[in-house]
Design a protein around this ligand. Sequence first.
Ligand SMILES: [Zn+2]
Length: 484
Amino acid sequence: MGILSNLEPKPVFHYFEEICKIPHGSANTKAISDYCVRFAKEHQLKHIQDDANNVIIFKKGTEGYENAAPVILQGHLDMVCEKEKGCDIDFTKDSLDLQLENGIISAKGTTLGGDDGIAVAYILALLASDDIPHPPLEAVFTVDEEIGMLGATALDCSPLKGRTMLNLDSEEEGYLLVSCAGGVTAAAHLPIQRKEVSGTAATLCITGLIGGHSGVEIDKGRANACKLLGRALYELKKEVSFELVSVSGGLKDNAIPREASAALVFSSETDRKLFSETIAKQNSCYANEYIQTDASVQLLLTKEKETASVKAMTTETADKVITALCCLPNGIQGMSYDIEGLVQTSLNLGILSTKEDEVSFSFSVRSSVSSQKEEVADRIRCLMEALGGSVSYTGDYPAWEYRQDSPLRDLMVRIFEEQYGKKPVVNAIHAGLECGIFSDRLPGLDCVSFGPDMKDIHTPKESMDAASVQRTWEYTLEILKQLK
Ligand SMILES: [Zn+2]
């Protein structure tokens, strides 16, 4: 007897428990992919397994639905593998150690993989059923969603005839996701020249910032350390003379940088009193501006020491670097008028670094409107080219744009109201989802993402609410029944 075998709906929890026995971390998906293939063979269902380990399984419509338009059901096979200190589970070969407490399912010491194992369980239960009315089904199980949507990117979508898709990769019951951002990484490069200088070397730092995820936390108004460093350098330049050796800050494109610093050299004549006064003045501005969002922000001058000879940037180059830091766009560029409170377009200067002959600025650009993503990318290019630099783009992924007209969304809102007696929240997120890739590949795709309640996904505290799984199952069955 499995830990979950008394839970309803029984077939769903049966498959979920089976999946938890098969190691299926990202980049380790052959076994779970083969499990899906075995399932398809056992149930005599047409299926495709590709080289990436993605699997598509087809099932005919039930009686009365033979000629209905096919519906795509989609989820990802891989899970994030995180464990608590001291937990000795080996994610490459061990089963998860499931536990059930007061209707809440979790795995002892590890992530549960409810994200997105529950989608796989729902879909297998539907494919195995012989008493559930539904249109023809095209079940798409992708791999490596959690490490950059690699499976969906590699998938050949041409066998898919459906243009209505239920994506089961959301974690909040009562929320219907209908749009997500697309993105691209823009790396700008500015060549620099150097000259020999001597004087007092010092480091100017921006510190004490909170940072955060550049997609879902870009709307929190938090300061970007790299941008603030540029502003501080410009303010200082107005008052006193110094040489700029390097600028650096941030670790990842998709994280708002919490710290940034500049290496400087002062000549002996530099008025140090004026310098300190300018820093104090800047600190009081920042303290006032960021009192709500980054109350501990601080501009500091540290590590002063005499130096005989340093290769600093030429004045012309340093001016260009400071201009770029001040004028490159950053943060929210536009809000959505379709979905209240949704950031439509943004970018984050995530990494700033200096080499001998260039300074680089790396941005994560996001928008739920593809043309706006390009417009922001072009603005970075315009400025960099005017300054004598260049920009390269990598990791482009498409947006899932909001559809004004979505019969699926209308149907799902209506059924939700009938089943729950209240309206669902129709929402969008400012981050990437596989739905973006499918809507890009399948013209006219009408798609909604939803799922049962889960908490703390991607952490060892991950949990899933069994009652919510059951309600979401009933909801899914009704949607399929009405998709005639
Ligand atoms: Zn997921």
